[in-house]
Design a protein around this ligand. Structure first.
Ligand SMILES: [Zn+2]
Length: 289
């Protein structure tokens, strides 16, 4: 049994280099208390992740995190944290738990898929490291990927001051979603996942290429990206979503053997089970001593 390595599975791209190694900060009881704020975690999950990372991470390859977060009065997240790919931000939470709290995630409750009974068990954090899909084959060296459209998208004439409606878009380039993207979306789309998905796709759309080979950069398409996502054919948006599902990601699901029936089942490890609050119960009998 060992704690997770302090190496980001994917890394933050900076000037062509992938920054991967990170140092943890020795959090104190006050920090832990902030991390254990269930209401904040429930109402602002992305901000909770960002704040927890800022509290627990000393630095990422020399780029200060905790000190800078404190220096900014904890009102601003350091850029390197905002640029963390989603996969890496989840990994940092598990690694922080394994080093700063416990190599095990204790008292995880689940329902067995075989016997349907509820059970509680401890999960080794290192088991989570196996659930990382690190396949970067669809990515370019720029951390982007391109989806060719099956149905070229013609822009409506009424908006043609931005795009040429006679020169349809044939491919779209996207960049990998980051923690900063989740933060942006959290404030706008808390209760509407379908709109949040379209918003994410338009947020990470980096460029578009047209039939004539014209490359439209982010600044040219930013204001119409949402319209493009809503306008592409149904099969193309499915293809785009499929491409996103092939990006490096972490599945917080661990296969275990059910402690009640011994059959194989799966346990989902949500960040809510990390950094558990320990309830101290004082015995009434103590007053009699
Ligand atoms: Zn069972």
């Amino acid at each position: 049994m060992s704690a997770l390595p302090l190496t980001l599975p994917f890394g933050v791209l900076r000037n062509g280099n992938r920054l991967k190694s990170f140092e943890l900060f020795s959090i104190n009881a006050g920090d832990l208390n902030l991390i254990q704020d269930d209401t904040y975690q429930k109402n602002h999950p992305s901000r909770w992740i960002a704040r927890t990372i800022c509290l627990c991470v000393d630095s990422i390859e020399g780029n200060s995190v905790r000190a800078e977060f404190d220096r900014e009065g904890r009102k601003k997240y350091p850029e390197i944290v905002l640029d963390l790919p989603a996969l890496d931000s989840a990994f940092v939470l598990y690694a922080a738990h394994s080093h700063l709290i416990n190599e095990k995630i204790t008292n995880v409750t689940s329902v067995c898929q075989m016997c349907q009974r509820k059970f509680t068990m401890d999960i080794e954090t290192e088991d989570l490291a196996r659930e990382i899909n690190n396949d970067v084959s669809i990515m370019t060296s720029d951390d982007t990927f391109v989806v060719d459209l099956m149905d070229p998208y013609s822009y409506p004439v009424k908006d043609s001051q931005i795009l040429d409606s006679n020169d349809p878009i044939v491919s779209l380039e996207f960049r990998i979603p980051t923690l900063g993207d989740s933060l942006k979306l959290e404030t706008e789309f808390r209760d509407n996942e379908i709109h949040a998905e379209a918003a994410l796709l338009s947020l990470v759309m980096k460029s578009a290429t047209t039939t004539s080979g014209n490359l439209l950069k982010r600044q040219e398409i930013a204001s119409v990206a949402r319209k493009i996502i809503n306008g592409v054919s149904a099969r193309d948006v499915v293809a785009i979503n499929n491409a996103f599902s092939r990006l490096p990601h972490m599945t917080p699901i661990v296969s275990v053997s059910c402690p009640l029936c011994s059959e194989d089942t799966e346990v989902s490890i949500r960040p809510t089970v990390l950094f558990p609050r320990v309830t101290i119960s004082f015995s009434r009998n103590r007053t009699k001593e």
